[in-house]
Design a protein around this ligand. Sequence first.
Ligand code: V55
Length: 406
Amino acid sequence: MTATVPSWIAEITIEELENDPSPFYARLRDEAPLAYVPALGCWVAATKDMCQRIAGSDDTDFEGVITPAGRRTFGDPAVLDANGAQHDELRAMVDPGLQPSEVDRYVEDLARPIARRYLAEFEDTGHADLVAQYCEPVSVRSLGDLLGLHEVSSDKLREWFHKLNVSFTNAAVDDNGEFANPRGFDPGDEAKTEIRAICDPLLDRWTTDPDDSALSHWLHDGMPPGQVRDREVIYPNLFVFLLGAMQEPGHAMASTIAGLFTRPDQMERVIDEPPLIRRAISEGVRWTAPIWSAVARRNKQDMTIDGIHLPAGSVVMMSYGSANHDETDYGAPSRYDLDRTPIPNLAFGAGKHACAGTYFATEVVRIGLEELFEAIPNLERDESQEVDFWGWGFRGPTTLHAIWDV
Ligand code: V55
């Protein structure tokens, strides 16, 4: 197979993708929408059409799977990696508290005070790194409190998702298909040990004293009276949440602000007219998909797609960040534009494994941005500092320095 891989694909490295996946994926969309990428040890679907066709055939031609680095990070059974009845059962565990009607019941009381609290810490200072001081804390505190992790500090939750991210995206493989950087899993292993040490006593408590926290529901819902769900089922899915669900609303918020910073006229309109925030977010996650390329599918049978032979069991990464820049649907895709036709994008995936937290995440980001723009209507980018985006599995600004007159 390697013999047939064009050299520009064979030579790509994960470091290059982490810094800026765009040029490589633009060429893939053009020349090889379904391609085997040796550095990743798997196939990549780069166009919107290819991602939709593959993710849309969940449970027929394809099934959900996570990459080897993902499995090494989360363990089994993780909802991303489960199919059929097991997947239904895990979704039945995580979905109920994330249903829109349910989220509407609690999200204002949950997220607005959190946003206010973090703003109060810096709104009078005239400057902030919005990633570290606002987007990440609002994201982790909202989900942390929903899960029942009130006692775990926001900084600890941020540390956990950073470490799990390093581990999950440590995807590089050598010529034998072995992990190229086995030590890259150490941070994730450290985080998981600490997560279990902190959460075991909480799960003990919820076992005898259930409450309305999501993790208490994960233990009890759908179980016969007197029984709780096995922790070895809970933990892999808690790790999934402690990575993606903790990190990505923060990425979504930061990318939306960074996008608006590139269009000061549009920023001004959104600040003046808060109902525009929903559209600003949807364009923000189209522009820089927080889950840029972190989920995959595997085909059950040998098949041929657009003349490309895909042997049974091939792992295909869904490059949603690339799909969201597909020139077929989006003119000048690398430009943030509040006014573009809001064609649905793939930031939240598609098919059976589409994001369970779509509504919750969007609501947390909406509330966060409403409070930010209300408190600091004269927010501007600090032009003396760079905005660096990082990541290929998950992507967003690493820092976002802002200034305002106080
Ligand atoms: C994904 C989602 C996650 C995660 C890792 O969709 C990958 C991909 C919601 O959490 O932790």
